[in-house]
Design a protein around this ligand. Structure first.
Ligand code: PLP
Length: 369
């Protein structure tokens, strides 16, 4: 069974095999593994030892996003969130419930965040210390531009938190070129092609130290995690040891593939096959090609009265692929992921499976409702 969803992704069997070990998390062998993994992730994000730290918490992406907000924004500080879709809404909610003050910036569901609009919003409100940007908005499939938005943020002396959960490992990010980024957040189970169970933050050490004590939560206090790391100690609390070990193998595979640029090229090829395949089946992708990113493809639900999303998902599953059984777009759609240990040949099979599923359901009118 292949996962054709934008995370958790299909993994290579060598990654899953790395789960079949027991670890003592405070034994010197595991502590070495823990530090080595952090160093590799730091390099991947263009971070510099001394300036940046790579931190991990057990759990999911939302946990590390919340931890980054709590640890880097003082209580009551203002966060500008370009409202790119459901993940931006989630970041806004995490910040609000942590007592930070969120200012939403309207962004169309089919548009990239406009750096000029970010500039105007920041200039209008000196209380906005940070911008919270979703790099790849998994809800819509649009990829935003942290370098362009970051240049504006830097120019105005503000700071930025980047949710790179469905980007890191494929889409470029270079912390060395973007000193305005306080934190980049990601998980192992999307473009890094590892398994779920942990979250990561690459953060500026000085900014974490400056905010020490403001998290209002010991569990989510990244300054505390960083202090422990600086002492070259092991994890604070029990880590997702197997998940971290599997990520090490996933990083070996990323290197062998040729790094993030090569991975991005594979995902783009996957996207191409899926998008063309959908058109050949008479279906219409939601996004215009110009803003379609390489991570998620939303397809308009066909207008045929026999269309039923769950029945369709079940019929595709009988043919070897799991797709999402929900959608995030304004109009009904279905959602395909282009990421994970899958190649264009798998995508061609997926297109055939989707075509056969539509036939089985008798969906003849393929144009959007
Ligand atoms: C997957 C994802 C997350 C985190 O989701 P979790 O379910 O908490 O792991 C956050 N942001 C984006 C853009 C994502 O795609």
């Amino acid at each position: 069974m292949k996962l054709l969803i934008p995370g958790p992704v299909t993994t290579h069997r060598s990654v899953r095999a790395a789960l079949a070990h027991d670890f003592a998390p405070w034994d010197t062998d595991f502590v070495r593994l823990y530090h080595r993994l952090g160093d590799r992730l730091l390099r991947l994000g263009g971070g510099a030892v001394g300036t940046h730290v790579a931190l991990t918490l057990p759990g999911c992406g939302h946990f590390v996003t919340e931890a980054a907000i709590r640890s880097l924004l003082p209580p009551g500080a203002g966060l500008l969130v370009p409202m790119t879709g459901p993940y931006a809404e989630r970041m806004a909610r995490l910040a609000r419930e942590a007592g930070r003050s969120v200012v939403p910036l309207v962004v169309g569901a089919e548009a990239a965040v406009d750096p000029a609009a970010v500039r105007r919003a920041l200039q209008a409100d000196p209380g906005l210390s940070h911008v919270g940007l979703i790099y790849s908005e998994t809800g819509t499939g649009v990829v935003h531009d942290p370098a362009a938005v970051g240049a504006v943020v830097r120019g105005l002396g503000r700071r930025m938190i980047v949710d790179a959960v469905s980007a890191f490992g494929a889409l470029p990010i270079d912390l060395g070129q973007q000193p305005e980024i306080d934190a980049v957040v990601f998980t192992p189970n999307k473009c890094l092609e590892g398994v779920p169970g942990a979250g990561f933050v690459l953060a500026r050490a000085d900014r974490l130290a400056a905010g020490a004590g403001q998290a209002g939560s010991w569990s989510f206090d990244l300054a505390d995690v960083a202090a422990r790391l600086a002492a070259r100690d092991g994890p604070r609390f029990t880590p997702a040891a197997q998940v971290l070990n599997a990520l090490g193998v996933a990083l070996d595979r990323l290197e062998a593939e040729g790094g993030p640029a090569a991975r991005l090229a594979r995902y783009q090829a996957n996207m191409q096959v899926l998008a063309e395949g959908m058109r050949e089946l008479g279906l219409a992708p939601v996004l215009p090609a110009g803003v379609q990113g390489p991570i998620v493809l939303n397809v308009h639900a066909p207008g045929d009265p026999r269309w039923d999303l769950q029945a369709f998902v079940d019929a595709v599953k009988r043919r070897g692929f799991v797709i999402s059984n929900f959608y995030n777009t304004a109009r009904p759609s279905f959602r395909l992921g282009c990421i994970g240990a899958l190649r264009p040949v798998d995508m061609r099979r997926a297109v055939a499976a989707i075509g056969a599923a539509l036939e089985e359901l008798g969906v003849r009118e393929r144009r959007a409702a």
